[in-house]
Write a protein that binds this ligand. Structure first.
Ligand SMILES: N[C@@H](CCC(=O)N[C@@H](CS)C(=O)NCC(=O)O)C(=O)O
Length: 214
């Protein structure tokens, strides 16, 4: 059976679990990372030398890096749905996945870590302000992209939505300034209609407040 290692309040684990949920895959999730620990064992390093979650083992195929996991699961179990089979069509989603990894997530992570996970007296306000401003620019760009389509890759939910849409819950939950994002908000409302999104992404993260240890 498919096994997934990772705590439920990790955004990168959430992407893997959202894909598992959308694809309706039988699985076993094993708590790891954060207060559960387990990343410093030799067995874990054998699976992921980078010692991070998520990691999956699908009947002997081990994959780490959340976007690689989403791609693997979608390619294997979601051809024609999460995984557009035409390379050109799929590229429309893959661009946004890679953009999320390279631009959006790094911009917002500084805000989340400094504003939420760092104790108040240690917060770096320069990083917070810069991250909020950069996230606003990037979300405005995404908003423009979503002007004429319901999902990131076009008419259907795909791997692109999973990578990018996983960011929304925290972005909209934190008390920060945000620009007007009517199309992103409409997309967020569409994602919230999905059971797999509500179950695996809209996970309370209060346990992480003031915790920089992991
Ligand atoms: N680029 C990696 C990042 C993985 C990562 O940083 N995972 C974090 C959780 S979001 C982690 O393992 N933290 C250590 C811990 O939870 O103990 C991915 O997308 O999978």
């Amino acid at each position: 059976m498919l096994k997934i290692w990772g705590r439920t309040n990790s955004i990168n684990v959430q992407k893997a679990m959202w894909a598992v949920g959308e694809l309706g895959l039988a699985h076993e999730r094993i708590d790891a990372g954060g207060r559960f620990g387990g990343l410093d064992t030799e067995e874990f390093a054998q699976m992921n030398p980078n010692r991070r979650i998520p990691v999956i083992d699908d009947e002997g195929t081990v994959v780490w890096e959340s976007h690689s996991i989403v791609r693997y699961l979608a390619a294997k179990y979601g051809a024609g749905t999460l995984w557009p089979t035409d390379p050109g069509e799929r590229a429309k989603s893959e661009m946004w996945m890679d953009w999320t990894l390279a631009d959006l997530q790094p911009a917002f992570i500084g805000v989340f870590w400094n504003l939420y996970r760092t104790p108040e007296e240690q917060r770096n306000w320069k990083v917070i302000r810069q991250g909020i401003a950069r996230s606003a620019i990037l979300f405005k760009m995404l908003d423009k992209h979503l002007e004429d389509k319901p999902f990131v890759g076009g008419q259907m939910l795909t791997i692109g939505d999973i990578a990018t849409g996983a960011q929304l819950y925290r972005y909209f939950e934190l008390e920060i300034d945000r620009p007007e994002l009517p199309n992103v908000e409409a997309w967020y409302a569409r994602l919230k209609e999905r059971e797999a999104y509500r179950t695996h992404v809209m996970v309370p993260f209060d346990e992480l407040k003031g915790r920089t240890g992991f």
